[in-house]
Write a protein that binds this ligand. Structure first.
Ligand SMILES: CC(C)(COP(=O)(O)OP(=O)(O)OC[C@H]1O[C@@H](n2cnc3c(N)ncnc32)[C@H](O)[C@@H]1OP(=O)(O)O)[C@@H](O)C(=O)NCCC(=O)NCCS
Length: 168
């Protein structure tokens, strides 16, 4: 499994993954994705976000990569280069998701492991990674990648969130 940028040929598969993960209330594609936007434009926006250019309100520079196994997209990672108030409370440095048909094969663990190496390259020494308290799969992923549990916080919308720090 490799993490790589989205490319021009990924449109159909990425949209399919986006629809699948929406059923888990998880956005596969980076926020503010609009199906009517030309794919090329979208790719340019994702690329600009990684350079910290033209950031939408509330966004920080972030690297978006898809997890590719022999040419098939199985998941994705978003590595935020810094934290803002929202990410410090809720989202953390790294967000990942795996398509339903590819779950429980260790891909999320590998996505997080490789994302931590990329985070280190971005100068992040300690990465905040969070998950809902009832997301057993994700908490296992974080703990397998060296996550040190900090606390559980209750958010405004009654979500209980587990917060972990991982030395990169
Ligand atoms: C959570 C998620 C990322 C796990 O992906 P995955 O590729 O199945 O995870 P892995 O295969 O690396 O599994 C890691 C461990 O968690 C376990 N696991 C995975 N999903 C699980 C589940 N639903 N319930 C219980 N355990 C689970 C695996 O069996 C494995 O345990 P093991 O090491 O003891 O064998 C995936 O279900 C997903 O994308 N969910 C929707 C989006 C999401 O929640 N993203 C995370 C946001 S914080």
């Amino acid at each position: 499994m490799i993490l790589r940028p989205l490319n021009i040929d990924d449109k159909d598969e990425a949209l399919q993954a986006h629809a699948e993960l929406a059923l888990d209330d998880f956005s596969f594609l980076l926020g503010a994705f609009d199906e009517n936007e030309p794919w090329k434009n979208y790719l340019e926006r994702v690329s600009a976000t990684s350079r910290g250019e033209d950031l939408s309100n509330g966004y920080v520079p972030a690297t978006f990569l898809v997890a590719d196994v022999e040419g098939q997209i199985v998941g994705r990672s978003s590595i935020r280069h810094e934290l803002n108030d929202y990410l410090r409370e809720r989202g953390g440095h790294i967000g990942y998701g795996v398509r339903p048909n590819f779950r429980k094969f260790g891909y999320a663990t590998e996505i997080l492991r490789q994302s931590l190496i990329i985070a280190r390259g971005l100068g992040i020494e300690s990465a905040l990674v969070t998950c809902d308290d009832d997301n057993i799969g994700s908490s296992k992923v974080i703990e397998k990648c060296g996550g040190v549990f900090e606390n559980i916080v209750e958010l405004e919308d009654d979500v209980m969130l587990r917060r972990y720090w991982i030395l990169t």
